[in-house]
Design a protein around this ligand. Structure first.
Ligand code: DGJ
Length: 738
């Protein structure tokens, strides 16, 4: 083991085999225990050193066996806090890995073997991940463990970043035996937290109600947050936060864990009989069985962990910076994002070049910067029953082709964007007729349709190649500035007709690897294109997608009141620049609720702004309102998209909702407050601001009133509903007085 790094972020006590990863903000400590078992010691605020405070308390606990072939009754893997627990050998808690040997045994017992340090962050081939631009920004500890009986080596990678309260972890299994084994479960990380009361905060949801923040006290037993849908899903985001019960938006300790992956995931929290909490996170073991041939290796996705001592806002801000700067790779990751108008809710499938022209004619004078042609431009698609898989223009609808639409858009001084749904196929398509076997499904069984679509077998490279070629045939010819990448169903009958029985359990992960491969190839080949992820709204709003696409559509639900919750929940992890938000029509298309243009605008301007309506149908008053929104947003989008975001008051708890954006130099701030229901005799309500410089005087530009930063944060402002009407919004812009 050679330690050659300068200004090391990782101390290794070679005598006691204790590893201490640290920066100015956090420390993560692990060590090697008796029998070479890798123990978890600490993750939390920075400490200077470690002097054995977390020595495992040895107690003879009945019915907790001891290390195999040893007699010390006070030492059991069943209660030892660990970093990556085995299976079927004395630790009855959730295993990190289950490996089936050729003889059928499912016993896994990894012991410490060695470690090494690497500058920067090693690349996880074929997977989305965090990265650093300069090797000096991070260091990585790789701890090697080995199950000698299986002949399998496990490499646990821990990366610490110089400037961030972040540790990333992943695992790699290498089969050094002579025989194949089957991986039934391989977690990316596991960690046993000491006994303490903990709340689990998760992001469950559904179609059109994504990422609804949920908080529950952990009790004995297993709490599981997972997706078995073949996608990270609308239903449960691959994220959990473990918070001390007193933690709120501004204070308290909280540990966040985010899986950088877009497929089936499993987060399990097991509160053991002595109150310790085991956190295990990775690819879901459901529908997963990976044949690992002799000599082969398996790399898990990565988990990004954040530790915050300044509550949930502190955690979110760390995630926002990390995802924006060191997960997203697009050249747009720090660019002002264009204000777009999308034709979906304006026309659905019913459009032609004239209709597009009328939207362009109306949108351009409003200052809107990009037009996106959504679903329906290809094959012979006039509804959602046909043509997925046929990525060539629908000449009946657009006789002059896509180049004509692109030119019309560019002639208006706007950028041009186009919709694709690369992973799915309609039975009524040329591609399906030519390759009916390119679809996921079990022979001699029915295949589940969803939105009348099948899923292409992206576990097979020739299928991915075909879609790549079809897409490049369009993108090479037509000047396109943006792509919306949709995926409108979840996976079923997950079986690849081109695989064999030994490898069938690999299909759902291989599917996602195929998706990543296509995204990698396209984003590399077209670096000028801004990609936006989408999956029937926000069904794949995850960090895996952010590696390829710096923004995502969070929901088909444009109702601003519903959006308050969706955007509030999404902001727990994902940066505002990634959260697209469009002004829709009133009444709203899905819900039918009527809201003012001001309310819709304020919610949409709290994200990456766009419009989801027919600009040609707007009244003159609405056109003026849109124009003013666009001007205002252009002035402030840098602050919204790249400022520091503070959640102030939650739509999950209160009738008043508030959030704000502060510039890095604290010279500017933008406050949004929303009152959901009006009241005749309203209780006075005060909103206190955050993140300002207390010594600074700020001018509120609308009123020209001056306030101290300390006043705005300590006294706050009345945000009592002054009107009796429902659904009202106020926007306040503050600028530091020179
Ligand atoms: C689902 C998306 O979320 C919508 O915005 C739209 O693109 C439709 N798909 C088109 O089919």
């Amino acid at each position: 083991m050679a330690v050659t790094l300068q200004q090391t972020l990782i101390d290794i006590d070679e005598q006691q085999l204790v590893f201490h990863l640290h920066n100015d903000q956090i420390s993560y400590i692990l060590g090697v225990e008796t029998g070479n078992v890798l123990a978890h010691l600490y993750f939390g605020p920075r400490v200077r050193g470690y002097h054995g405070e977390r020595q495992y308390p040895r107690i003879d606990r009945g019915f907790s066996g001891n290390l195999p072939d040893t007699t010390d009754r006070t030492y059991s893997k069943d209660d030892l806090p660990q970093e990556y627990g085995g299976n079927n050998t004395g630790d009855y808690r959730q295993p990190a890995a289950i490996i089936r040997a050729a003889n059928g045994a499912r016993t896994v017992d990894f012991r410490y073997q060695d470690c090494r340090l690497e500058a920067g962050k090693p690349d996880l081939k074929g997977l989305p991940q965090t990265y650093v631009e300069d090797e000096d920004e991070a260091q990585t500890l790789i701890v090697t463990l080995r199950d000698a009986t299986l002949g399998i080596t496990l490499e646990l990678a821990y990366t610490i970043y110089r400037e961030r309260p972040v540790i990333t972890r992943s695992a790699r299994l290498i089969n050094q035996s002579e025989q194949a084994v089957d991986l039934e479960k391989v977690a990316s990380m596991q960690m046993d937290l000491p006994t303490q009361p903990l709340d689990a905060i998760s992001l469950p949801g559904s179609y059109a109600r994504e990422r609804q923040l949920s908080r529950e006290r952990l009790n004995r037993g297993v709490t599981q947050f997972e997706s078995r849908r073949g996608a990270s899903s609308h239903h449960m985001n691959p994220f959990v936060a473990l918070a001390a019960p007193n933690t709120n938006e501004f204070q308290g300790n909280v540990l966040g864990a985010l899986l950088i992956y877009s497929g089936n995931h499993q987060i399990s929290l097991e509160r053991d009989p002595i109150g310790q909490t085991r956190l295990t996170m990775g690819i879901n073991e459901y529908n997963f069985d990976w044949r690992l041939a002799a000599g082969d290796s398996f790399q898990t996705p990565e988990v990004a962990m954040v530790y915050s001592t300044t509550g949930l806002n502190g955690m979110s801000q760390a995630y926002h910076d990390l995802l924006r700067d060191w997960v997203a790779r697009s050249r747009y990751k720090r660019e002002p994002r264009p204000i777009l108008i999308n034709n979906w809710e304006a026309t659905y499938f019913d459009f032609d070049a004239n209709k597009v022209q009328s939207i362009l004619d109306a949108a351009a004078p409003l200052g809107i910067e990009m037009f996106v042609l959504d679903d329906g431009w290809f094959g012979h698609r006039n509804d959602d029953n046909s043509s997925l898989g046929d990525w060539f223009v629908n000449r009946n609808k657009l006789p002059e082709g896509l180049a004509d639409i692109s030119k019309r858009t560019h002639d208006k001084g706007m950028r041009f964007g186009l919709w694709f749904e690369p992973e799915n196929i309609s039975a009524d398509s040329e591609l399906y007729r030519a390759h009916p076997d390119w679809v996921l499904g079990v022979p001699d069984r029915g295949r589940t349709l969803s939105r009348n679509e099948y899923v292409l077998d992206f576990s097979q490279s020739d299928v991915v190649d075909n879609i790549f070629e079809q897409m490049t045939a369009v993108l090479d010819k037509v000047p396109i500035d943006y792509i919306k990448w949709d995926m409108n169903r979840n996976l079923t009958e997950v079986y690849s007709p081109h695989s064999d029985s030994a490898h069938e359990g690999e299909t759902s992960h291989r599917f996602i690897l195929g998706v990543y491969d296509l995204m990698e190839r396209l984003t590399k080949r077209y670096p000028q294109i801004l990609f936006e992820g989408c999956s029937g709204g926000g069904g794949r709003f995850d960090a895996g997608l952010m590696y390829y696409m710096p923004q995502s559509w969070p929901s088909d639900n444009n109702d601003p009141i519903e959006r308050l919750k969706i955007q509030y929940g999404t902001s727990l992890v994902y940066p505002i620049s990634a959260i697209t938000a469009h002004v829709g029509t009133s009444p709203d298309e899905l819900l039918g609720r009527s809201t003012s243009m001001k309310m819709r605008g304020a919610v949409a301007m709290s994200g990456t702004l766009g419009y989801e309506l027919d600009a040609a149908q707007l009244s003159d008053a609405d056109k003026q309102a849109v124009k003013a929104q666009v001007v205002f947003y252009k002035q402030h989008r840098e602050l919204v998209q790249y400022g520091t975001f503070y959640r102030l008051e939650s739509p999950f708890e209160s009738n008043t909702v508030a959030w704000m954006f502060v510039s890095p130099d604290q010279k500017e701030a933008l406050l949004f407050t929303f009152v959901i229901l009006g009241a005749v005799q309203p209780e006075p309500h005060i909103t206190k601001l955050a993140g300002l410089d207390p010594q600074q005087t700020y001018v509120e530009t609308d009123t020209n009133k001056m306030y101290g930063g300390d006043e705005l944060m300590q006294l706050g402002l009345y945000t009592t509903p002054v009107q009796t009407s429902d659904f009202t919004a106020q926007v306040h812009y503050f600028k530091a007085k020179d």
